[in-house]
Write a protein that binds this ligand. Structure first.
Ligand SMILES: [Zn+2]
Length: 349
């Protein structure tokens, strides 16, 4: 019965489109869902829904992002079939949002807890730049943060992968491919530049060229070309060096190059012997979840950057995150719920 209601909530949340920057409908659903729950709810200045209990600074804050990578016009139909829940965003992050709701409701109803909070955050995906998580860290100032994600039940993320993203725009004079031969092409110049950038990337900060566009007619010298690139790393120094290198790039006239930073996600880590990690590992041992430490890129990055001990845990097992074929194993939600209730009891009861 309790499990059926958890699965129903995952499905209800996933069915509501919530692309980064347009999370309102999903947050409004959560406000209605939590109307009679213990504790108090409020919205903060960036749009996060904050659920608090107790007085004073939270000893622990759970972060569950509500936004998804899917546009509002993607079919958000959720289907349950053969023990699996199918639909875009069922795992990332509907499962985690629903598990946070059920775990906190359950533990608050059975005991008086030390002060804590859940931040249902906005702006975690894509170019959201952890907007919600950064703000929640600054305003709640919790002693510790656990970010919950809908996939990855079998590991604890203790290393936070950071990133730097930018758009490069090359412009030139253009012209006819034969009569103006010799003029520099914006497209050729961008491709050469990117080839060098990709080949020179540091091994600890690989660079991905996500998209290139540019040029026009087959017999015209390209006047414009753009590329979006991302570097990911566990080292903030490596990311800063990459960003500084991009800012220093110059190209010969009449070409011009504009480098527009699109986002920066801080890297970080929590020591494997930190009490927060030990508490989560203990709980996992009691319910038979694997003791595997891993890396990831989540709302926990923002907390670590703010000097707050943080890690991230999954709430289900699934496949195809960030694809419309996304699915999670419904039975695994039970272990995800047991893990989070166990952690709340251990840290706050
Ligand atoms: Zn996520």
């Amino acid at each position: 019965m309790a499990h059926a209601s958890l699965v129903a909530d995952v499905a209800a949340i996933a069915a509501i489109p919530a692309p980064t920057g347009a999370e309102e409908q999903r947050l409004a659903w959560l406000e209605r869902r939590l109307h009679d729950a213990p504790g108090i709810r409020s919205r903060d200045d960036v749009g996060n829904l904050i659920w608090r209990w107790g007085t004073g600074r939270p000893e622990l804050a759970i972060f569950a992002h509500v936004d998804t990578v899917f546009a509002a016009d993607v079919d958000h139909t959720v289907r349950e079939r053969d023990g699996w829940l199918h639909g875009p965003g069922v795992g990332d992050n509907a499962a985690a949002v629903a598990v946070a709701v059920h775990a906190v409701e359950q533990v608050l109803r059975e005991a008086v807890l030390a002060s804590g909070a859940v931040a249902f955050t906005v702006g975690e995906e894509g170019l959201g730049n952890l907007r919600g998580a950064h703000h929640a860290c600054a305003t709640l100032r919790p002693d510790a943060v656990i970010a919950v994600e809908g996939h990855g039940l079998d590991e604890i993320c203790v290393e936070a992968v950071g990133s730097f993203r930018a758009r490069l725009t090359m412009a030139g004079p253009g012209g006819h491919s034969w009569w103006d031969r010799g003029r520099p092409s914006a497209l050729h110049a961008l491709v050469s530049l990117l080839t060098v950038l990709l080949s020179e990337a540091a091994p600890d900060a690989p660079v991905n060229l996500g998209r290139v566009e540019g040029g026009g007619a087959i017999n015209a010298i390209a006047a414009l070309a753009t590329g979006t690139i991302e570097s990911r790393s566990l080292s903030d120094d490596a990311l800063d060096a990459f960003a500084a290198g991009l800012a220093d790039l110059c190209v010969p006239a009449p070409l011009t190059l504009t480098v527009e930073p699109l986002g920066r996600r801080p890297a970080g880590r929590i020591a494997p012997d930190h009490p927060l990690v030990a508490a989560v590992r203990n709980v996992r041992r009691t319910i038979g979840l694997p003791d595997v430490l891993a890396d990831g890129s989540t709302d926990a990055n923002a907390a670590l950057a703010a000097g707050i001990p943080a890690l991230s845990i999954g709430c289900a097992r699934g496949h195809d995150m960030h694809a419309t074929s996304e699915r999670i194993e419904t039975a695994s939600l039970g272990a995800g719920l047991a893990q989070l209730t166990g952690v709340l009891r251990r840290l706050l009861a």
